[in-house]
Write a protein that binds this ligand. Structure first.
Ligand SMILES: C[S@@+](CC[C@H](N)C(=O)[O-])C[C@H]1O[C@@H](n2cnc3c(N)ncnc32)[C@H](O)[C@@H]1O
Length: 218
């Protein structure tokens, strides 16, 4: 019997190389990253070097006047988005956990972007329906269970030609599992399929870090 040999790629090594070749974060972001890793129970939630620079550059390219972030944590991605906004650009950042409020405010101040960010400590599911429409960019990075709902809530609020970015859409590779699919993985699968089936949008799944879905509203 012929044994099929699969070429094994070391994705961790590729990630490490990609990170090395990406512009490093400045002292403020480096400090936030270190502090988050030293003090938080789930530090892996933070965006980090590659995704942070990607978010900043996407904003520099798109020049969104109104942006929305769902899931702020310690404000790493918030700062990256805010830094990429045009001079008159504003970002509404939603974080449900009030324990992060103080640290977010402190970090935004350190990065010099407080005036660009409107922080809302609230459950995004309740807050989004109350927000005015007209977003040019939305970054979805909160609880995975609610991803399909977040898509439905924000799609009506995004301008035609505007973009939605959703993090963790590869979910550590769990989206390829055939059995024992947990609730979060199922929600990510549902989200990805819903986006793929939705004729209002076109999208590209970027295998950056844990997977980023870049969605454009037609
Ligand atoms: C993956 S972390 C965000 C990481 C951050 N965007 C970054 O890149 O550094 C997810 C955050 O979403 C928040 N969150 C979870 N459910 C939420 C909800 N319903 N509304 C708003 N924020 C929520 C969590 O408290 C957590 O801080």
């Amino acid at each position: 019997m012929e044994i099929q040999k699969k070429k094994m790629i070391d994705y961790e090594a590729l990630d490490a190389y990609s990170e090395q070749m990406t512009t490093p974060p400045d002292a403020v972001l480096h400090h936030i990253y270190r502090q988050t890793n030293l003090t938080q129970i789930y530090p892996r939630m933070i965006s980090g070097r590659i995704q942070g620079k990607f978010l900043e550059m996407i904003c520099q390219m798109l020049q969104p006047k109104r942006a929305l972030e769902i899931g702020t944590f310690t404000a790493y991605s918030t700062i990256c988005i805010a830094r990429g906004l045009p001079p008159n650009g504003k970002l509404i950042a939603i974080e449900a956990n009030e324990e992060f409020e103080e640290i977010i405010i402190k970090n935004l101040k350190k990065a010099g972007v407080s005036s660009k960010v409107d922080l809302r400590i609230a459950d995004a599911k309740q807050l989004i329906p109350t927000l005015e429409s007209g977003f040019d960019l939305v970054f979805i990075d909160a609880d995975k269970i609610s991803y399909p709902l977040y898509f439905e809530l924000v799609i009506e609020k995004v301008n035609s030609g505007g973009f939605i970015l959703a993090d963790n859409v590869l979910w550590g590779g769990k989206i390829l599992q055939q059995q024992k699919i947990d609730r979060e993985t199922q929600a990510i699968l549902d989200f990805n399929q819903r986006v793929a089936d939705d004729t209002r949008v076109e999208q590209v799944l970027l295998p950056i870090r844990d997977g980023l879905m870049l969605i454009r509203k037609k």
